[in-house]
Ligand binder design. Structure first.
Ligand code: AHR
Length: 325
């Protein structure tokens, strides 16, 4: 943020021209995280008479998002907020928004487009999230005396081509390379419980042993746990004694927190969905003539009910491991 951004964010928006109309293109409702993200946007703007928020649910399809953005341009909205399903394929439509002089704020995942085609981005460092969870695994394995050669990981990936998938997968692959772990298989669970259950059931029939499942969100973890338990296995931290360890991301829903507390999910890398107030602050700053930072990363935690690992270090920064509340 620019130094005086927070004070500007508190200042009144000039409504003399009427309401500020925001067109929000949301990916869909594939996960608990996504629902919390949509709720954060609606709760932030719905109660504020200075704004009108138009939401379009793209049902996980980029083509729907492109159509929605074109509709917003025709409606002459004041701002476009885009939560992009994938990183690539945005140049043309973002160029059209730029041509129409409509600021575009990207939230959550990034776009792989020239920087002059959008105003700014706010979201998570998905690569860092992945590295943090994998460093937790390293510290945990060291603490229980588990050799690298005894670790067999499968990756239930997110939606292919999304920043969350690209970053978390790279965090896994880089850390596994660093420590000599084997990744036996990788396949997308599309961030959904049903698809992850199906993929995990197939992996259990194909690969043996598997003792760590890296799920790229909590909903996938729920499906994975169902598949393991249906096949007669148990999940938990005792990988030395036959349990399968489940790792995941988000930490948003009550079920994820409960699974974290009882150890069905061993470690959760937080992904923060509360972007509504952040988007509002950015808009209020722009209205006040303050240019937003081009890229704004959200600080996120690591959660585990196990006290075996107290902290981890990634890229010279230390992160404490938090209890799950
Ligand atoms: O882009 C954020 C990811 O998308 C969340 O981790 C996942 O749950 C969601 O669907």
């Amino acid at each position: 943020m620019t130094p005086d951004a927070s004070s500007a964010a508190d200042s009144e928006v000039d409504t003399s021209k009427g309401k500020i109309v925001i067109g929000f293109s949301q990916v869909g409702a594939e996960s608990d995280w996504r629902k919390a993200h949509t709720l954060s946007m609606t709760e932030t703007f719905a109660g504020d008479s200075r704004y009108e928020l138009i939401i379009d649910d793209a049902q996980q399809k980029q083509s729907n998002q492109i159509t929605a953005i074109r509709t917003f341009i025709q409606q002459e909205v004041d701002y476009i907020v885009l939560a992009p399903v994938t990183e690539s394929g945005w140049d043309t439509v973002l160029g059209e928004a730029k041509e129409a002089n409509i600021p575009v704020i990207i939230v959550d995942r990034k776009v792989d487009a020239p920087q002059d085609l959008f105003t700014c981005w706010v979201g998570s460092d998905f690569y860092l999230e992945g590295c943090k969870v994998m460093e937790w695994l390293k510290s945990y394995c060291d603490a229980i005396g588990m050799e690298a050669s005894d670790i067999y990981i499968v990756d239930i990936q997110g939606t292919y081509g999304s920043s969350a998938q690209l970053g978390r997968t790279k965090g896994l692959v880089d850390t596994a390379d660093k420590y000599g772990w084997t990744i036996k298989a990788s396949e997308s669970g599309e961030y959904t419980q049903a698809k992850a259950r199906e993929v995990m059931a197939k992996m259990l029939r194909t690969y043996d042993p598997i003792n760590v499942v890296y799920c790229e969100n909590d909903n996938e973890a729920f499906g994975v746990i169902e598949a393991i338990e249906s096949a007669g296995g148990t999940v938990g931290n005792s990988i030395k004694y036959g349990q399968t360890m489940v790792l995941s991301f988000d930490g948003v829903s009550d079920q994820a927190k409960e699974y974290g507390r009882i150890g069905k999910i061993s470690c959760i890398g937080e992904c923060n969905p509360l972007h509504g107030p952040r988007v509002k602050r950015i808009i209020e700053n722009i209205e006040a003539g303050i240019e937003p930072e081009k890229y704004e990363y959200v600080d996120e935690a690591v959660f585990s009910a196990s006290t075996t690992v107290s902290h981890i270090t990634v890229d010279h920064r230390t992160y404490m491991i938090n209890e799950i509340n």
